[in-house]
Design a protein around this ligand. Structure first.
Ligand code: ATP
Ligand code: MG
Length: 180
């Protein structure tokens, strides 16, 4: 599984549609301070279902929508699509390529899609369970995250091992079953 491409429109500083193609191996983002490098990482976290505005460096969730500049009007909607190669079948869908998409309106409402079908956030979460990708997984390690992991309480640190061991999916199913 690897990231193939990312399309960003209206998200944070990306007022115009931006299309990033990733190839196998390492990708580096270079540019001056404030040019939008971290916003690209935020876009990846966001499309994977991130709900924490703090993690996304935003006040409220609608703040991820382009809020205008001296010369451009704010936009009403933000959209991010991430295309993932699934040739090795790491994700539990038959497709060799999977596109996930999230859209948000100024009302604060988010829509999620998998391969252009409207889904719930829960379905996005389920898709990435036990893969190390997704919200609170260990595939995105930003500045300070390593320190945070090392200094967190053992119960909080355990999720990383549960994800790597591949039991997060079963844990969630058990929580859901108890609720019903
Ligand atoms: P550094 O090298 O300092 O880490 P960076 O390339 O990571 O910089 P980002 O943090 O990605 O920079 O981008 C910051 C810019 O994004 C700021 O100029 C900020 O005004 C802009 N920005 C953030 N949210 C929005 C928004 N909703 N609308 C418009 N611009 C935004
Ligand atoms: Mg940055």
């Amino acid at each position: 599984m690897f990231l193939k491409s990312l399309e960003i429109y209206g998200f944070k500083s990306f007022a115009d549609k931006a299309n990033l193609e990733f190839s196998d191996g390492i990708t580096s983002l270079l540019g001056p301070n404030g040019c939008g490098k971290s916003n690209i990482v935020d876009a990846i976290k966001w499309v994977l279902g991130e709900q924490s505005t703090k993690t996304l460096r935003a006040g409220k969730m609608e703040d991820v929508i382009f809020n205008g500049t001296d010369t451009r009007k704010p936009l009403q909607v933000a959209e991010v699509s991430l295309t993932i190669s699934n040739e090795a079948g790491a994700l539990p869908l038959p497709d060799a390529e999977i596109e996930i998409k999230r859209r948000i309106f100024r009302s604060g409402e988010s829509e999620y899609y998998i391969n252009r079908n409207r889904v719930l956030l829960k379905n996005i979460r389920e898709l990435f369970f036990d893969t190390g990708v997704g919200k609170s997984a260990y595939s995105i390690l930003e500045q300070g995250k390593i320190d945070q992991i090392l200094s967190s309480r053992p119960e909080d640190r355990r999720y990383i091992f549960e994800e790597a061991a591949g039991i997060s999916r079963f844990k969630q199913q058990s929580i859901d079953a108890e609720r019903k």
